[in-house]
Design a protein around this ligand. Structure first.
Ligand code: FAD
Ligand code: AMP
Length: 479
């Protein structure tokens, strides 16, 4: 058998490992190179998502939510729970166990599908050759018919708040804090800042989020962002908008943060720990030889077309490394599309229907266009909303914060977007994403029979409300 691979993937995060598995399923000889090492120094798959991203953050979100519910949320049900305590080490240990199980699972999936797992650092040379420096420093060159770059992203560092992972932490450090800080500062009230702020806030920290922009969740639907801010503020998160951090000073075991308000005022706040969550940037360090033929744009992303092909023939790039939202599922679908195209299929990806979720409680989730985007495009539209306070299931669960909002084209009634803040918003939004993929109108969704009592009924009612037919709320006057 020749040593040449049909596909060599560099990076085994959700974009890379999925691409490698799909390629092998389609009969291609595939290898996947990964440089991540676990605490024992062994190579480990899964990338940011499994090691320090989606999965560990959700483990901590679930643990901290259960603690918070046990401590404060059960009295309303008639359950008294005096003396509830949180063992932080046990919480972190549970998270680590889940990470170990899932990352190990990928090695198992590689084996089952016949993907060759290689551990070390990959570099794309000219003519689709890949240099592998293994974890012992041994260098070899692999021949590939096709290369998929999937090296992911890293947290953005800002000079005004240098991360030492002692007092000033990035998102990775924030998943490892061994004790609950009394005063926790978070720079950036984006997705990751809100999730990590929620974890530690539920465990008892007084959390202040400093956000440079004047708008909260600026890219989300405005009505949902406004409702979300109201809910998070009620929960105790101190969200300060128009607050750009301009400096930090370590004073003993405290961090003094200086920030400038939009009005130009300079203010200071002192924290026991500070988390920097100002976004992520594509990671290309050491990935490309100067003659690889792959272009990188001015934001550091590898340039690709709609099918994730780079400028170098036979070289593709997927996931956080390329344009578009930095989301695990977006990268995975790109990985599938590329593997299928390499195998000769006519695969494509629908970038218009990629759900986006913030896993706070309640969750905030969206798919498709916001009302502001539809308006800016000059399209006529109708909106249907339904508050969870009118949902029997939400009321029974004492989980009534939030609402569902569905936007549909006024002429065709085709659903253009769905935005939810509320219990199980992620899963409810996915229902609408499925409907949208099938070209559903609001009326179609309204004609589907929904089980009772379910949270999904809120989606059903919002779809009915689009055309003024909601049953369990008074309908807004049609425009
Ligand atoms: P990555 O997961 O970053 O994987 C890239 C891999 O490539 C890494 O393992 C890296 O070691 C390896 N690599 C890099 N260079 C080389 C090289 N030269 N040779 C060999 N290997 C290399 N997204 C969601 O969709 N949902 C969430 O709930 C969510 N929560 C998140 C929470 C946190 C705290 C963070 C930080 C991120 C979260 N994300 C979430 C984002 C998500 O983790 C990323 O979008 C996703 O991991 C990107 O996948 P990827 O495969 O492109 O890159
Ligand atoms: P996200 O892109 O969702 O991870 O969110 C990152 C957030 O950090 C964005 O909303 C930025 O506006 C915000 N941000 C970036 N730099 C600063 C800064 N120096 N001070 C406060 N917020 C910042």
């Amino acid at each position: 058998m020749s040593d040449k691979y049909d596909v060599v993937v560099i990076g085994s995060g959700p974009a890379g490992y999925v691409a490698a598995i799909r390629a092998a399923q389609l009969g291609l000889k595939a290898a996947c190179i990964e440089k991540w090492k676990n605490n024992e120094g062994a190579g480990v798959n899964g990338g940011t998502c499994l090691n320090v991203g989606c999965i560990p953050s959700k483990a901590l979100l679930d643990s901290s939510y259960k603690y918070h519910e046990a401590a404060e949320g059960l009295a309303v049900h008639g359950i008294s729970t005096a003396g509830v305590e949180m063992d932080i080490q046990a919480m972190l240990g549970r998270k680590d166990k889940i990470v170990k199980q899932l990352t190990g699972g990928i090695a198992g999936l590689f084996k089952a599908n016949g993907v060759t797992a290689l551990y070390g650092t990959g570099k794309l040379l000219a003519a689709k050759k890949v240099e592998l420096t293994d974890n012992n420093g041994v260098v070899s060159v692999i021949d590939a018919e096709n290369v998929i770059l999937a090296s992911g992203s890293l947290p953005i560092a800002i000079p005004v708040a240098p991360v030492d992972n002692d007092l000033i932490l990035d998102s990775t450090g924030a998943l490892e804090m061994g004790e609950v800080p009394e005063r926790l500062g978070v720079i950036g009230a984006g997705v990751i800042g809100l999730e990590l702020g929620s974890v530690w806030g539920r465990l008892g920290s007084k959390v202040v989020l400093l956000e440079a922009l004047d708008d909260f969740l600026a890219i989300m639907d405005k009505a949902i962002a406004k409702e979300s801010k109201k809910i998070f503020t009620k929960q105790g998160l101190d969200i300060r908008l128009g607050a750009r951090v301009t400096g930090t000073e370590i004073k003993g075991r405290e961090v003094e943060v200086t920030y400038k308000t939009t009005a130009g005022e300079e203010l200071k706040e002192t924290f026991d720990k500070l988390i920097v969550c100002v976004g992520r940037r594509p990671f290309t360090q050491g990935l490309l030889a100067p003659d690889s033929g792959v272009d990188v744009d001015d934001r550091g992303s590898v340039y690709v077309n709609d099918f994730c092909a780079t400028n170098a023939p036979g070289v593709y790039a997927v996931g956080d490394l390329v344009r578009g939202p930095m989301l695990a599922h977006k990268g995975s679908e790109e990985g599938v599309m590329v593997a299928e195209r390499i195998a000769g299929h006519k695969a494509q990806m629908n970038y218009d229907i990629v759900p986006n979720v913030i896993y706070t409680h309640p969750e905030v989730a969206s798919v498709g266009q916001t009302e502001e985007q539809v308006k800016a495009a000059g399209e006529p539209y109708n909106v249907g909303t339904f508050p969870f306070v009118a949902s029997g299931r939400a009321l029974a669960a004492n989980d009534t914060d939030g609402m569902v909002k569905i936007i549909a084209h006024a002429d065709t009634d085709r659903i253009l977007g769905c935005h939810i803040v509320g219990p199980s918003a992620a899963d409810l939004t996915q229902q609408v994403a499925i409907a949208m993929e099938f070209g559903s109108s609001a009326e179609d969704l309204g004609m589907i029979v929904f089980g009772h009592p379910t949270l999904s009924e809120a989606v059903h009612e919002a779809a009915l409300a689009v055309n003024g037919g909601a049953i369990h709320i008074p309908n807004r006057k049609r425009r």
